[in-house]
Design a protein around this ligand. Structure first.
Ligand code: ADP
Ligand code: ADP
Length: 228
């Protein structure tokens, strides 16, 4: 589903953030990218939806070189969730969730029905939380809205960059469990960035362990943990 072929990213100041990276993520697989800060995880992620262009190498999505795909069409196929989910402060939770559907020109009623369905899926009550504004939600709830919004147009691919990094450990564990349950229903192809090895192990079908712009190890959690 997602294939990196000898991808290198060198920033203008000469920093090589990602160095000759090749890997493959299968359809419906959840891969966690784990490693210390500054080792190239976010750069890897942002190259998939073309927020960053590789210096060399290529990235294929479903067998198609992403540079050949119209950027709007590309982002329609990719949901994106980041740590500080940027919700529109003056729009309700329901409208925030329906953003992509509105952009795609769905009829208003259909967009709102889809948003309500998604809020329910991430554990929020559309009747209770849908009419609130982002500032009226807890941090954990805002992240759930971010996940719901990313899923609204039913993209096959989900990019998640430390989505649960800013909430306290108890809430984080609950969000992780909810996300695993959600993933068992929706089966997206997921790249999930974290610097927390426990989170990587709990969520990943496979784990890409980063070091200095490269993947040092790419295996199932049991193998990474060195289980017999
Ligand atoms: P991670 O997500 O693992 O923390 P990043 O992909 O954000 O790592 O960064 C990898 C390396 O690239 C770091 O050394 C970082 O300082 C550098 N870097 C990231 N963005 C830029 C940029 N826009 N310009 C120059 N260097 C950058
Ligand atoms: P979560 O576990 O989802 O992060 P919290 O423990 O932070 O939730 O919040 C618990 C409850 O308090 C939630 O039901 C939420 O609706 C409510 N709440 C939190 N912050 C606010 C706020 N700023 N305004 C209104 N209600 C809030």
């Amino acid at each position: 589903m997602i294939r990196f072929e000898h991808v290198t990213k060198r920033y203008a100041d000469g920093t090589t953030a990602v160095d000759d990276l090749s890997f493959h993520v299968a359809e419906g697989e959840l891969v966690t990218l784990v490693g210390p800060s500054g080792c190239g995880k976010t750069t890897t992620m942002k190259m998939v939806n073309r927020l960053i262009e590789p210096t060399s190498g290529r990235i294929l999505l479903d067998g198609e070189d992403i540079t050949a795909v119209d950027p709007v069409r590309l982002r329609r196929r990719i949901g994106y969730v980041i740590q500080q989910v940027g919700l529109f402060p003056h729009r309700t939770v329901l409208d925030n969730t329906a953003t992509v559907c509105h952009l795609l020109g769905w009829p208003r009623k259909k967009a709102r029905a889809r948003a309500a369905e998604l809020l329910d899926l991430v554990g929020l009550d559309p009747a209770v939380h849908g009419g609130r504004y982002p500032e009226q939600l807890s941090g954990g709830q805002r992240q759930r809205v971010g996940v719901a919004r990313a899923l609204a147009a039913d993209p096959p691919v989900l990019l998640m960059d430390e989505p649960f990094g800013a909430v306290d450990p108890v809430v984080r564990e609950r969000l992780q469990n909810e996300f695993l349950r959600l993933q068992s229903q929706v089966r997206k192809t997921v790249l999930f960035v974290t610097h927390d090895i426990e989170e990587a192990v709990r969520l990943g079908d496979r784990i890409a362990v980063y070091g200095e712009g490269r993947i040092a190890q790419f295996d199932a959690p049991t193998v990474v943990l060195g289980a017999p």
